[in-house]
Each structure stands twice: as C-alpha cells, then as structure tokens.
Design a protein around this ligand. Sequence first.
Ligand code: NAD
Ligand code: IPM
Ligand code: MN
Length: 352
Amino acid sequence: MKIAILPGDGIGPEVTREAVRVMESLGLPGLTLFEGDVGGIAYKRHGVPLPEETLQIALGSDAVLFGAVGDPECDGLERHLRPEQAILGLRKELDLFANLRPAKVFAGLEHLSPLQPDIAKTLDLLIVRELTGDVYFGDKGERVANDGSPEGWDMMSYSANEVSRIARVAFRAARAAGKGVTSVDKANVLETSQVWRDTVKEAAGPHPDIELEHMYVDNAAMQIISRPSQFGVILTGNLFGDILSDLASAAVGSIGLLPSASIGERKTDHGIFGLYEPIHGSAPDIAGQGKANPMATVLSVAMMLRHSFSREEEAARIEAAVAKALADGIRGGDLGGTHGCEEIGGAIIERL
Ligand code: NAD
Ligand code: IPM
Ligand code: MN
C-alpha cells in the first residue's frame, strides 16, 4: 500500500499528521508512506508550488493523502507560482476528473447543524463535482477594457466529452446509493451550461430508472438549506461544486467535517488511484495553534481505504470512530468545543 503524503501549508500538516496516525493505528499490512512538499512550502523550498519530485511521488503511489495549500504570503505571486496551483496541477496531471464530496449529518448529531434538527437529519447527499475543466482551466488574462480600465477575463467551457464522463460517475454513484441525480447548472444564462444540460440528458439514456432533475445553481444553493432531503447525488461543474460543497459543509455543522475523494480512471493493484483531501483549505487564521479539526482529513483516509484499497471494513470503522467521538462530545473549536487537533486524533484512535 504505497501512499503519498502531501501535507502542504497552514493547518495541512497538523490535520495530515493526525490522519496518518489514525491510518497507522489500523496495522495495515505493507503500508509504505512517501512524503512530498506542495504549495507555499514547496515554493519556498524549491521555487515552485508543485515540484517534479512531488509529482513523481504521487505518480508512483496507489493513492495520495493531501492536506491543504494556500499561504497569504504567496497571494501576491504570479499565478503560476501560487500554492493553489499545486492542487490544480495534481488534479490535472493525474487526470482526477471526478471529485466526490459526501455531506451527511451524523445520526444523533443534528444539533451540530445550524439547520432545524428535523431538517438537518434529512441531509445526506453526495456532490459529484467535475474537477479538471470549467472556468478553472480555461485561458485567462488581463487586458484593457473598452473604457480604458484594466479588465480580467477567464474562459469558461465544457466539452460534451468532459460532461458525459462525469455524468457517468454520478449515475453510477446514484445507482449504488439507490438515489436520484440533480444536475446543477446555469443554463438560463450560460452556453457552457446548455451543453452541460443537453449532455447530461443524453448520458441519462442508459439509466431510465434513475430519477434525473435539472436545477439552476442559485436555486440549488437555496434548496440545499431549505429542503436538503430532496437531494441524493448532485452532479455539477468545477466552480459550482466548489461553492456548493462549502455551503453543504456549513449545513452539516463545520467545514472541518467534510472529506473528499478525487478519482479518474486509472486502476492500481488494489482499487482505483485517487487523491484524498478535506474540502477545507489551509485556514491561516488558526494555523500552527493546534486548533484545527482533523476529522475531515481522517474521513478522507476512510474514503481512500474504500476507493483505492477496497478495504470497506476499515473505512467503516474509521467513520464509526469519528461519529462516536463526536457523540461523546469530542469537538474542535469549529464545533464550539475546546478539543485540540492532537486530542481529537487520539480520541478517534481510542475509539477504533
Ligand atoms: P479555509 O477552508 O482555509 O478556511 C475557512 C474558515 O474555516 C476559516 O475560518 C478556518 O479557520 C475554518 N476552518 C477550515 N478548516 C478547518 C478545520 N479543519 N478546523 C477548524 N476550522 C477550520 O478557506 P479560506 O480561508 O478561504 O482559504 C485559506 C487558504 O486555503 C487560501 O489560500 C485558499 O486558497 C486555500 N484553500 C485551499 C484548499 C485546498 O488545498 N484544497 C481548499 C480551500 C482553500
Ligand atoms: C477546494 C479548493 C480549491 C478549489 C482551490 C484551493 C484551488 O477551494 O479544493 O475546494 O477551488 O478547487
Ligand atoms: Mn473550495
């Protein structure tokens, strides 16, 4: 089991350390970890956010565990040198086009959600976010506008092939979960979204038994909060998926609770190659203080064991241990508690 550990910046190293501790406590056979620099720390040490050596470590592993990147000191750098380019580069280079972001209120923990408990308890959805296209990866630049002022521009596009391959992932996930698909777009305004919607309709052809609905993104943001029970699988593009997943995390209770898996089509000896990371960022406001909640990263390890190593049993054990820790009142500051990062990691290991 070859795993690349890329802790990154800010709270990345803190939360990754706890997730690795949880993983090691399982006593898995043949676990071999390789560490690499990414993000601002890589820029400071190697002059680039994604060094070739780190990319090679990732390419040579069965799975990648990623912390977070982003450093306010680097926000003024030319875009290609900024820490965020490391995660964008890894997703693109490794062709990890499907980002799975489950959001679920743990049973009995409805009170952690800002939603009314009877609404919160119905929230159990999976965001299937396209990850290697959209306005994220189009041409971009700065030019002089007609009125003479500086103007920024970013090209948004989706090809039908990009849409149909992510739609297939969503329909497969919906079938496995026995749920419907809501495709989220902005087809009332954007041509990109019109191609998205037409292609999703076509991709639904082989799945007549799976309920498919189309929804505009502004309405979807509203509906996730007001009536989350209607959502099973949300299929959406890169930008909308980024925004809606932070929104869904707040409905669960904290961004410190949401894991993610980024996968493509490459198989390994044990399962499918993937990169696993919390959906949150480097949280510079609390970095280095031991305050971060590592649960999202720990839950990302569970997703890794499930998807990349076909170890459902251990994945479910980790998820149960996190739920038990929460039920026992173990809470980071993000959930109004006082437990520190290391303490939370230890509490999860005890419950394993
Ligand atoms: P953020 O997710 O880092 O933080 C948002 C808020 O949530 C902050 O108040 C933070 O303290 C809190 N928070 C986040 N994770 C937490 C955790 N595990 N425990 C407790 N509190 C937590 O988003 P931001 O502030 O917009 O971005 C900070 C930096 O991170 C930026 O440079 C951004 O580009 C980067 N970023 C990186 C990733 C990634 O690496 N995948 C994701 C999002 C943002
Ligand atoms: C995320 C992050 C990234 C994204 C940034 C850091 C590039 O916000 O993983 O959600 O927008 O995809
Ligand atoms: Mn994000």
